[in-house]
Design a protein around this ligand. Structure first.
Ligand SMILES: Cc1cc2nc3c(=O)[nH]c(=O)nc-3n(C[C@H](O)[C@H](O)[C@H](O)COP(=O)(O)OP(=O)(O)OC[C@H]3O[C@@H](n4cnc5c(N)ncnc54)[C@H](O)[C@@H]3O)c2cc1C
Length: 403
């Protein structure tokens, strides 16, 4: 309690996507009393609308983001070990056609580098699929097909993974409040005073209660809302300009394959994945500049057509139908470069360079959430000091959420 009889936490986290969940888990594991606030539901934002891959990101090799790829591969290995019920390895098939943008030697070099960056992990081994087996590739177009590689990567259920990390944070002693909408925060002598509104449940029409707590460190994990959240903090903390780039997925009612396919769009050479999603198929994704309220993100007609064209050009005989769709928003540094080539590295922005009391998380990957949280906790430690007894999140198991 502080002088106003408000509860004081070491850390308050705003946003219950994968990044906020990861920080709540890591901060509590490090010994800081932690509260996480989520306005809608765990993983209600981007963290339930990703491509659901736990990977280093083969395509990021092209833009030279080697450390991002290496970190992703290390986190993949940890998740396969710590969360076997939630993350599983799968084959990814990568076909190369006569008209493909990449030659097979380029793919071969990329996959070799991917394997090296994984520390020659068994999970990253790759091979060429013999031509005699092309007919068993679930209807993949074989006209003009020159070579097919297959390599291992991993898949998850992103919303369940987020809920599992929240469950782990709670088991360590973190407090959660959901639905709880962050309204504003004001700087105090030794941290922030945070105001938020709660309602009994997310569908409730009852008036929301206003609450306030104090914290010594405030973490903004608002995802696409990160700058909206930052703008409600006084004085305004440092922030960076971002573009929100929409990625759409379609859900197809018939499963194409138990394995994944890494395809090249015939129109712009972007990577598009076809992967099993329970008894259905997930097809995505796109990159469309988004302007407006993040709540309103939804696939456009152009995105639907783009994805269906990629599907038709690779699986011409597929006769399933679209039975669902979703769109998530990437938080990318604003700039002139094409979205596809912009850095996927996470950026951590603090209110001051030394002994900060606030940190905003910009961008990042689902796969790298734990590593990001570790970096955030390091920043927290700069200000709050490092508690004596802390638990390394590398060792924490994650299990299927019970609620
Ligand atoms: C199309 C697409 C595909 C992707 N595919 C992959 C992939 O396959 N693998 C991978 O590793 N990464 C992938 N990513 C990246 C990954 O999904 C994101 O980096 C990650 O989900 C972002 O998590 P987050 O917690 O930052 O944001 P979010 O999940 O959006 O969480 C932010 C949360 O903050 C809450 N919030 C906002 N304002 C408030 C407020 N005022 N009060 C309280 N709560 C608030 C929101 O409700 C939301 O739940 C993909 C991204 C996209 C867009």
């Amino acid at each position: 309690m502080n002088n106003n009889n408000e509860t004081t936490y070491d850390v308050v986290v705003i946003g219950g996507g994968i990044q906020g969940a990861g920080v709540a888990q890591a901060a509590q594991a490090a010994g800081y009393s932690t509260l996480i606030l989520e306005k809608t539901d765990w993983a209600a934002g981007t963290s339930s609308k990703s491509s659901k891959l736990i990977h280093g990101g083969l395509r990021y090799l092209e833009s030279g983001e080697l450390s991002l790829v290496q970190e992703g591969l290390q986190e993949r290995a940890l998740l396969l070990k710590n969360a076997p019920e939630l993350v599983h390895s799968n084959w990814f098939y990568l076909p190369i056609y006569k008209h493909s943008n990449y030659h097979s030697w380029q793919i071969h070099s990329g996959l070799t580098l991917y394997w090296m960056l994984s520390g020659f992990h068994e999970e990253s081994k790759f091979e060429v699929v013999p031509e005699s087996q092309w007919g068993e590739l679930d209807g993949l177009e074989t006209k003009d097909l020159q070579k097919v590689y297959r390599y291992h990567d991993a898949q998850t259920d992103d919303a369940k993974l987020t809920a599992a990390v929240i469950q782990s944070a709670v088991s360590l002693g973190a407090e959660t409040c959901c639905p709880a909408e962050f309204i504003k925060a004001e700087k105090t002598e030794d941290g922030y005073r945070v105001c938020y509104k709660t309602s009994p449940d997310k569908n409730s029409t009852q008036t929301k209660d206003e609450n306030s707590v104090s914290c010594r460190f405030l973490v903004n994990a608002g995802g696409p809302w990160v700058n909206h959240v930052a703008s409600a903090i006084s004085p305004p903390p440092r922030s960076i300009e971002v573009d929100l780039v929409q990625g759409a997925h379609l859900i197809l009612d018939k499963k194409i394959s138990d394995q994944c396919f890494y395809l090249e769009s015939p129109t712009d050479n972007r990577a598009v994945f076809v992967s099993p999603w329970y008894d259905k198929t997930l097809l995505g994704t796109t990159e469309t500049l988004f302007e407006g309220n993040p709540e309103d993100a939804s696939p456009t007609e152009q995105e639907r057509q783009y994805l269906l064209d990629v599907l038709a050009s690779h699986f011409p005989e597929y006769d399933g139908n679209v039975c669902g769709e979703m769109a998530g928003l990437r938080v990318l540094p604003s700039g002139r470069q094409k979205h596809y080539h912009r850095s996927r590295e996470v950026r951590l922005i603090t209110d001051q360079p030394r002994r900060p009391h606030y940190l905003g998380i910009y961008g990042g990957k689902l796969t790298g959430y734990r590593a990001t949280a570790e970096k955030v906790v390091k920043e927290i430690g700069e200000t709050l000091g490092v508690p004596e007894n802390w638990v390394d999140t590398k060792t924490l198991p994650l299990t299927v959420p019970t609620t």
